[in-house]
Write a protein that binds this ligand. Structure first.
Ligand SMILES: [Fe+2]
Length: 312
């Protein structure tokens, strides 16, 4: 069990009391309209769309586009309406894959409804949705099975220590793995890459960034890992991360190990306080392209209103 685990029944009683007290205070603040207004304002004005250009080793990968987002925390200052507004912009990017990196909801199973409706309404031919759980999906009021059922009934695939082949025009082009959360779950990186076709590049979703080293060691040929969890510190004045949710220093942005790359997104929402300082919310757009040697980060710094201007 990791030291940042809080919710499970096997956790020390005082941790569970603190977790519930913090969640109650968070819900109370969410119920106060000015708090929601205050966070929504930061979200609308400050949202950054970061673009990753990923090497397309196989010709079938060239032009593939994915959108990765995590830590939306619906029910903590953001609502179903905010989620719909965000996806109005995501839809304009016409992604092939939508990758959801956990902490999609905050503390209540009812918050899953926003995602169920969103995925059902926005499904279209050619678009596939994948998700991994975060620590908040294991909050006692939610639970992994409710998360799994809500998303899979809506049409998303929930990857918990499992993977799927991504095909284009009948050809396998990519292995997409997803692992369980490190803080509250049982991550098994080796299970997430089992069954892949030799030679296919591997992309793994892991809510907690601290599984990166194990994945990089398992795949010396290279793996791209997408994580969240840290919120980039959420309150990080002058770029100094005060709340450190990664024991390995993977608080935000790009990290490399050999041929492997980790990108830690700052997430979309906020937990506890409706506040982000020095850590604006972020959505990551991945474009596979030929002629690129390694994963390149291109901070577009495009505001929400201009997201549609990201060109293919
Ligand atoms: Fe989170």
């Amino acid at each position: 069990m990791r030291s940042d685990a809080w919710f499970g029944a096997d956790r020390p009683w005082w941790k569970r009391v603190v977790a519930h007290a913090v969640a109650s205070a968070n819900r109370l603040l969410h119920a106060i309209p000015p708090c929601r207004w205050f966070y929504r304002r930061q979200f609308r004005r400050g949202l950054v769309w970061t673009r990753l250009v990923v090497p397309a080793s196989a010709s079938g990968l060239d032009g593939l586009r994915a959108v990765f987002l995590s830590d939306v925390h619906v029910g903590s200052y953001l609502t179903a309406a905010d989620l719909q507004e965000l996806f109005d912009r995501v839809d304009e990017l016409r992604p092939d894959l939508i990758l959801l990196g956990g902490d999609l909801v905050h503390t209540r199973a009812a918050e899953l409804r926003a995602w169920r409706v969103l995925i059902q309404e926005r499904s279209r031919p050619g678009l596939r949705w994948f998700a991994v759980p975060g620590n908040h999906e294991r909050f006692p009021g939610i639970g992994l099975s409710a998360f799994h059922d809500a998303l899979s009934e809506a049409g998303a695939e929930v990857l918990v220590n499992a993977g799927r082949q991504i095909e284009r025009e009948g050809q396998s082009v990519l292995w997409l793995g997803g692992i369980d959360d490190l803080a509250e779950g049982d991550p098994r990186p080796e299970s997430a890459i089992q069954g892949r076709t030799d030679g296919d590049p591997v992309l793994v979703l892991s809510h907690h960034p601290d599984c990166f080293d194990e994945l990089a060691a398992l795949l010396p040929e290279g793996v791209l890992v997408l994580s969240g969890h840290t919120h980039g510190g959420q309150v990080a004045p002058f770029g100094r991360v005060l709340l450190r949710h990664s024991a390995r220093g993977y608080h935000r942005g790009v990290h490399r190990s050999g041929a492997s790359t980790l990108y830690v997104g700052r997430g979309v929402g906020a937990a506890i306080l409706p506040l982000r300082i020095g850590a604006p919310p972020e959505v990551v757009v991945l474009d596979w392209a030929r002629g690129v040697e390694r994963v390149e980060v291109r901070d577009s710094a495009v505001g929400l209103a201009n997201a549609g201007s990201l060109s293919r």
